[in-house]
Design a protein around this ligand. Sequence first.
Ligand code: FAD
Length: 460
Amino acid sequence: MLNVGAHPPCQHTMPDEAADQSALRLAAGPAARYDPLMHPPRDSTDADVAIVGGGPAGLMAAIAAAERRRRVTLFEQLDRPGAKLLASGGGRCNLTNTLNESAFMARFGRNGRFMQPALAAMGSKRLRAFFARLGVPTACRDGLHVYPASDSAVTVQSALWRRCRELGVRVLLGARVSDLWLEGGRLAGLVAGPQRFRAGRVVLATGGAGYPDLGGGRSGYDLAARTGHRIVEPSAALAPLRLAQSWPRRCAGVGLAAARVWIDLPGQPRAGVTGELLVTHSGLSGPAVLDLSGQVAVLLRDHNPVPLRVDLSPGVSADQWLARFEEWSVRQGRRIVRVLLSGHLPRRLAEVICEQAGLAPQAPAATLARGQRRALAELLTGLPVTVTATGGFERAMVTRGGVSLKDVDPRTLASRRLGGLFIAGELLDLDGPCGGFNLQWAFASGWLAGSNAAGRDEQE
Ligand SMILES: Cc1cc2nc3c(=O)[nH]c(=O)nc-3n(C[C@H](O)[C@H](O)[C@H](O)COP(=O)(O)OP(=O)(O)OC[C@H]3O[C@@H](n4cnc5c(N)ncnc54)[C@H](O)[C@@H]3O)c2cc1C
């Protein structure tokens, strides 16, 4: 652990320059780690507000509390803050979107309304203004998704880090919090390594269980559960899906700009999800599949495998395909169906569809039998695939489930179970689809939790 008690101010050896990530790692390298043998256990009166987790929620909470002149210490188990933030949006960081508050909340399902006070405090417009003030202007090029104008997640992470430093936030890297410290049933601080840290208020912002190499894990759930919070069973969301079929291996890397994917089980909406689709060597990915994956993961618990259907060309109905085949047979009868189909689909996918419809590789359009036309039209508008597993937490960009919203006050994000504790970000039972939803929630909830953690103490 970096700089626990022994060297108070040197946590801020992080670089000024956004792009200098190697220096960032160096500053927090193993040589600087805390050695428990050299520093025996003792109590430390450290902070008004302690933040657990240095992701977007934790960094925002730290800034909000420090701007209210509180002494803030942030604990991050990795040797760098914001590891997921840096990886977000393929390194470009889709940090929010332009939806209004109600449309935004609706995309989180039944729990969405819980977010209202946080969005009122730090919604999309305020967030963009906040980052502009920190020297990170944002851009929205498609009318929906908002990225830093630099198209670089590093600028976002560095700006947050710089602001923490300006405000005197003490950041401890390589500092894994193992417990909350209670005295007579009241929150007194936390435990990291062999040391207890006294803090009037604690913000838990440890994120979800996905991507363990970027800091994902169960520790936040354990900390919350040990202090009486109910946990909605976490499962992988925004994860790729593995299929029983072998054809994806042949099509790995193939993408469709738009496909509609739905769960082919009774009671599941046929509308499904429409968006980009990507074939991987073991199955499917891309926003359409990622957005459906949370639901699939839950179904897989009792229903394995889960059947899906994929409409490879939403907007073209089966009847329209049949009309197209008729036209091909009349006007282009000598041309090979597989080649004609490649005009509408990636070539390798067209081959798979023709094979599944029972066509010979060189079958000309004029020879298409009625049954084959029907089979082709059905496959194109509802290709059946079978999901055997998701990419699991290893590949889950967010986690479904988490600390029950019943145990947290949405107006302040204060725990209803333990006074002085606040909970923010993905650790809570909220997950959104692809498109800047999850980062917006992390920023907004971190801001609200940090602002309230900085508020007047009942004991003051
Ligand atoms: C590859 C990838 C791409 C993504 N792209 C996008 C995107 O473009 N847009 C979008 O909106 N969302 C995206 N997301 C989701 C988004 O990054 C997360 O929802 C968001 O980072 C959650 O923020 P958080 O602060 O709650 O948690 P995290 O970012 O997970 O931060 C939690 C931090 O707490 C630390 N921690 C955990 N336990 C402890 C402990 N016991 N003690 C000390 N520290 C601890 C972790 O190391 C971690 O740094 C992406 C996620 C991934 C994995």
